[in-house]
Design a protein around this ligand. Structure first.
Ligand code: ADP
Ligand code: ADP
Length: 228
């Protein structure tokens, strides 16, 4: 589903944000991407969404070589990828429902279908009863769940998250991670960038580690092997 092969990213100022990064994330898998601030995590996610383009090497998403993707095909790529941000980027002058509906409204979907999809997404994150509220009335954890509902409302096969628990306490972080697990359990390919190593360890999943733009570690989860 996601394949990086010898990917380099050099920004205009000459900074090498990624150096010779290769990995494969098969369809339906879930992985964490960790590393210190500045290691290149966000850059890697941006390459997948084609918000940035690799300087060298190849990025293939769902069979599409992104360096050959024509600009008018970028919106179709983005529809395959749900994205969750740390600061969830919600609109406080709209209801929870309208925030989640936004991607579908932009696609021009039929309003009845929008209603059905939005309520299905809110139901999955446990916020069906809050659809009429402004996100400003919700707690930080609830706001992040609205962000997740918006990311999955058009059922993308891929879900990316950039520090999704950055502002949350351990209990709420664990609940948010549980949601990602549930989407993964129904077949969604999930990649979560975070520097919360304790949380990552508790989740027992594949862990990729970036350091100064290089992938220095990529460990599939091995049940029981870690403690021996
Ligand atoms: P992380 O998400 O792991 O904190 P980033 O991918 O945001 O890392 O950044 C990796 C490196 O690239 C950092 O040194 C950062 O300062 C640099 N960087 C990020 N974006 C740009 C940009 N648009 N122009 C120049 N340098 C950038
Ligand atoms: P319907 O099939 O009537 O559209 P739902 O919208 O509830 O019903 O979704 C059907 C199934 O698809 C559910 O089991 C749901 O969890 C799963 N599913 C697959 N991919 C996604 C995704 N990216 N986001 C949300 N649900 C998904």
């Amino acid at each position: 589903m996601i394949q990086f092969s010898n990917v380099f990213k050099r920004y205009e100022n000459g900074h090498e944000a990624l150096q010779n990064v290769s990995f494969h994330l098969p369809s339906g898998d879930m992985t964490f991407l960790t590393g210190h601030s500045g290691a290149g995590k966000s850059t890697l996610l941006k390459l997948m969404m084609r918000m940035e383009v690799a300087t060298r090497g190849s990025v293939v998403i769902d069979g599409q070589q992104l360096s050959r993707l024509k600009p008018h095909h970028v919106p179709f790529l983005r529809r395959k990828i749900g994205v969750v941000f740390q600061d969830h980027q919600l609109l406080f002058d709209r209801t929870v429902f309208d925030n989640v509906a936004l991607p579908l409204v932009i696609e021009g979907m039929d309003p009845r279908e929008i209603g059905r999809r939005v309520r299905a997404a809110l139901d999955k994150v446990g916020l069906l009863s809050k659809e009429k509220l402004s996100p400003i009335m919700l707690s930080g954890g609830e706001q992040q769940r609205v962000g997740i509902a918006r990311a999955v409302v058009n059922k993308p096969p891929i879900l990316l998250a950039d520090e999704p628990t950055g502002n949350l306490d351990p209990q709420l972080s664990a609940e948010i991670m549980q949601l990602f697990r549930q989407f993964n359990a129904v077949g969604v390919t999930v990649m979560i960038a975070t520097h919360d190593l304790e949380l990552v360890q508790r989740m027992a999943r594949r862990v990729m580690v970036l350091k100064d733009g290089a992938m220095i570690h990529d460990a599939p989860f091995k049940p029981q092997a870690a403690t021996g």
